[in-house]
Design a protein around this ligand. Structure first.
Ligand code: ZN
Length: 404
């Protein structure tokens, strides 16, 4: 893609404008506001950011931060308050937000048409803070293309295990992890594998992130909850169903009943790992005997930053360190990489889950004997030079990394 300016030019230009407009003796022309806003957007695209934060500080100057590969980075200069006033108005107008409303959180959308015809959907959210209005731009970071299972960076036997899990004819498969851990990409890869004419697939999602030809996709609205959508679809002769997320008891109960009656159900749950996902399901009122009966498997995952292949260096202990070069914007990392743990219980293990009846220690014991945990999968990938130990610790936290 071609831009009017290079990344270095955009950075220099912004720093220059920030500095000059802080100088009250110099008049700041209104029409430059458009340049500044465009420059920030363009810089964001060049840096491959997912979010841009504008945060007013005590003196009114605005801290500008960009999120790349899941981590925030400061822009090296502050935007002066006088300039922020104009840029803020401009962003709010573009996002069709109420420019007069400065006392309540607001949200809006900016659709950006890039050179080359690509369209970017940008969500804008504002909130009044003690230091003035803060804005966050989320450059829609949903999975923007369909992957197949072999592209998901599974390590060791995990690709084969995941594939066998996806192809089980009935039962409940759960993909778990925190926000932005790549769950959607994995679920869509599973549906992509199953999307053949002799299987009827339907989804209830909030929102639909990728369009899948040949799949009935429904979106949750004020009038249709996950439970409503699911009930509706179950009357429509579907073999395979994706429930975007199970977050209430009603949806959990219908999903389990559907899995018990021979449907293949995929869903995501917010939990830290495979054990957490099962406990969450129990929290949502599903009996342990039913969990044991319907569970096909659980995939827990995270996204870690991928080491830049141009500048990584190997340490004496065999692991690698991030250095930084022009290819990776001096961060040492470029793109992201999932790490996984996949639990696929056989009949004997399922009866053990039932026998544990929610005793966490016993359950943990049963589970960990039956998969490679997240931290171990991550460590294998760090040994292979794909990421660093520091990155695993940052992403997993001591709770999960400490057990490695
Ligand atoms: Zn590099």
């Amino acid at each position: 893609m071609s831009y009017a300016h290079t990344e270095a030019e955009n950075t220099a230009m912004l720093m220059n404008i920030f500095r000059n407009s802080a100088d009250k003796s110099r008049m700041f022309a209104v029409d430059r506001t458009a340049d500044v806003t465009e420059c920030i957007f363009e810089l964001g695209e060049q840096k491959n950011v997912t979010d841009i934060h504008f945060e007013p500080e005590k003196n009114g100057a605005v801290r500008l931060r960009f999120r790349t590969d899941g981590v925030l980075h400061d822009f090296p200069a502050m935007m002066p308050a006088s300039l922020w006033d104009k840029v803020l108005q401009r962003i709010k107008v573009a996002a069709k937000m109420d420019t007069a409303q400065r006392r309540r959180p607001e949200d809006g959308h900016i659709i950006r048409r890039l050179k080359g015809g690509k369209v970017k959907d940008c969500r804008v959210a504002s909130i009044p803070t003690r230091n003035g209005e803060k804005i966050v731009l989320r450059i829609f970071a949903g999975a923007d293309r369909l992957f197949n299972i072999d592209e998901l960076d599974f390590y060791g036997d995990n690709a084969a295990i995941f594939r066998s899990l996806v192809n089980r004819p009935s039962g409940l498969t759960i993909i778990t992890g925190p926000m932005n851990s790549g769950k959607t990409t994995s679920i869509y890869a599973a549906l992509n594998e199953l999307n053949v004419p002799d299987i009827s697939i339907a989804t209830v999602e909030d929102p639909v992130e990728i369009t899948l030809d040949g799949v009935t996709q429904c979106e949750v609205t004020d009038r249709m909850s996950f439970a409503d959508g699911l009930r509706g679809l179950l009357r429509m002769d579907c073999d395979t169903l994706l429930i975007g997320e199970i977050r209430d008891e009603e949806t959990a109960q219908i999903a389990v009943r559907a899995a018990l009656t021979g449907h293949r159900i995929f869903t995501s749950l917010h939990a830290g790992d495979c054990l957490g996902a099962l406990l969450r399901l129990a929290d949502l009122g599903v009996k342990w005997s039913n969990i044991a009966a319907v569970l096909s498997g659980v995939v827990a995952q995270r996204l870690v930053r991928r080491l830049c292949g141009y500048c990584r260096e190997q340490r004496a202990d065999g692991f690698f360190v991030a250095k930084g070069c022009q290819h990776c914007h001096q961060t040492g990392y470029s793109g992201r990489l999932p790490i996984h743990e996949i639990f696929v219980p056989d009949f004997a293990v399922r009866s053990m889950i039932n026998a544990c009846a929610g005793q966490v220690d016993m359950l943990r014991d049963v589970l960990t004997k039956n998969f490679v945990p997240l931290a171990a999968d991550g460590t294998a990938k760090a040994k292979a030079g794909l990421t660093t130990v520091e990155e695993l610790r940052r992403t997993l936290g001591e709770e999960f990394y400490g057990r490695a």
